[in-house]
Design a binder for this molecule. Structure first.
Ligand SMILES: [Fe+2]
Length: 287
């Protein structure tokens, strides 16, 4: 018998908002986010939390954060924001004063839920697109893990804690990757999943035994290119997606939804295609 999920999260990332009505790389980021929010409200309004893993805006200007505020006001699901390398300025605090920060001003916090402790990291540093997670932030993270007893841990961060094999993005990965790995070693058995953004591509796997996932951005994408020779970041107009994360004590299931897909939807029993009856006949004959 199916059990109801213990927790339902929405993961979206890299909204890269610019001023309302303006385009970025030929795309309208706010229109995409608004369509995504409408889809979430319509189909997943029962989610416990939506997390946006950074690059909320593209240029970090206050008008973009204002546009984000306006869009998110329509979301019926509670939302948690993480900053990315494009967000390093003051506009964030002006429009999102209630998002918790640590004692150094870094936008990071923890939230206890029935599924475990969700920890939201700030991996940004003004002046670089690479990720930054120094000893001070690691101290903060270790304290948040330590104070949670033996609760399962879910990490949310903008920059991935590992190299992914896409040179354009690995070059602007986490600067203190080795240090991060070393300091997290004792806690790996308790970390159930790492969610991140930054790479604008669907990628999943495991990091030192811990499952991870990321997904296509809400805005432009990064084209799959493993060449070390490629300069800059290869972009693409592949479609956006958001993820629905179903967390239970013994499993984490992540569905990726191309919410703008307008290809034909149909029931597989639809006689118009004629396959169903033919298959049924073959199966019956084989029995
Ligand atoms: Fe991004």
């Amino acid at each position: 018998m199916l059990k109801a999920p213990k927790m339902k999260l929405i993961h979206l990332t890299d909204t890269h908002l610019v001023r309302a009505g303006e385009l970025l790389y030929g795309l309208d980021p706010k229109a995409r986010l608004d369509a995504c929010i409408a889809d979430i409200n319509r189909n997943h309004g029962d989610a416990d939390l939506a997390v946006i893993t950074g690059d909320l805006t593209h240029f970090g200007d206050r008008e973009a954060f204002q546009a984000l505020r306006q869009s998110l006001d329509a979301l019926t699901v509670p939302v948690q924001l993480i900053v990315g390398n494009h967000d390093t300025n003051d506009g964030f605090r002006e429009f999102f004063p209630d998002v918790p920060v640590d004692e150094t001003g870094a936008v990071q916090s923890a939230r206890d839920t029935g599924a475990g402790r969700l920890i939201f990291l700030d991996t940004t540093k003004t002046g670089t697109h690479a990720g930054w997670y120094d000893e001070v932030r690691l101290d903060w993270l270790e304290a948040r893990i330590a104070e949670s007893g033996d609760a399962p841990i879910f990490l949310f961060m903008h920059h991935p804690p590992l190299l992914l094999g896409v040179p354009a993005m690995d070059r602007i990965g986490l600067m203190q990757r080795d240090l991060f790995n070393a300091r997290m070693t004792p806690y790996l058995p308790r970390i159930r999943h790492v969610f991140f953004g930054h790479v604008h591509r669907p990628v999943s796997g495991s990091w030192r035994g811990v499952p991870f996932s990321t997904l296509r951005a809400m805005s432009h994408q990064v084209w799959l290119d493993f060449s070390e020779e490629t300069e800059g970041v290869p972009g693409s107009h592949e479609p956006p997606a958001y993820a629905i994360v179903l967390i239970e004590p013994e499993q984490v299931v992540i569905h990726f939804h191309d919410f703008l897909d307008d290809s034909r939807k149909f029931n597989l029993r639809d006689v118009e295609y004629g396959f169903w009856d033919e298959q049924e006949r073959r199966l019956s004959a084989a029995e």
